[in-house]
Design a binder for this molecule. Sequence first.
Ligand code: SF4
Length: 376
Amino acid sequence: MALLKKRCVTRQIKLGNIKIGGDAPIAVQSMTNTYTQDVDATVSQIKRLYDAGCEVVRVAVPDMESANAIRKIKNRLKKINDNEIGDEGDEIYKENSGIDIPIIADIHFDYRLAIASAESGADGLRINPGNIGEKWKIKAVADCAKSLNLPIRVGVNSGSLEKDILEKMGNTAQAMTESAMRNIAILEDLGFSDIKISLKASDVERTVEAYRLISTMTDVPLHVGVTEAGGLFAGITKSAIGIGMILADGIGDTIRVSLTRDPVEEVRVGWEILRSLGLRKRGPEIISCPTCGRCKINLFDIATKVEEALLRCPLTIKVAIMGCVVNGPGEAKEADIGIAGGDGVGILFKKGEVVQKIPQDKLVETLLEEIRKLVH
Ligand code: SF4
């Protein structure tokens, strides 16, 4: 039986330079955790996210200053180059000369912030019509988004469901879909259909159930994620299981992993989820052994260095980082290239065959050099 179900067909929307939904690839997105009005810090973080493979970035807009900063951020990103800000990964693989990444403005409560963000150059808006208030305010946002061709994501969160829905249905997956359908209807009644929707709960069960339900009710493209997933271990586990189950059901057009960490790590986990399911690949797949009593090198440190150096490498090869020369090459036979540590001297191997002996302190350098040769 196939692991993945056929992808559910959704209507396609355009978000800046990328398409979401329909037959478009499932996009990886994240959100900055800088103060948006701090243009330097926000531009720097967006560049790091972009280098790690982020395809859509959301910024918080809690005030007018943040809304107005979007224009400055976009202008700075357009002109950015690698000399300006420190890089994520080895600069040899990709030179940034201008970054074009869709920016979504995340708005709560104040419709004026949504309009100001749109006019400031945001590529999309994330609102919850339920907390924007009166219909005329929602209409003002929808009209503005329509005139600028911007999609709106309706972000339904189990923590902020409408009171009447909660009273009628409790805090359930059904209540989340009821809220989503109500919000979609509000926008569609205003003649606005360029919509994307997310239904997030902090537990996997409700999240998966909500996405399964909504996918049978609408063709609106779906932004998938488990919200407030937690720190590294809980967050990665919940996201991998929750997002993974939803994607395996053929549901989802864009994903966001939510971690209480550097958002760059969210992007890396997002890509690993897509890769693990065979949905998309980006850059090398690093495989490494868990180490055991035969390992005489600091493999944890080496694996981290290699992973970070290859963040921008375009090759979709398998790279192995193994703890010992005796078993490493055999255990990682399917790797295109790899290194294994020894006692003072390690080895470089390709497809399980030893090709070179290397002094221990030159292992990482030699591996990265060999991979660069494959690119150029
Ligand atoms: S490759 Fe060597 S060090 Fe790593 S787990 Fe296998 S036997 Fe242990």
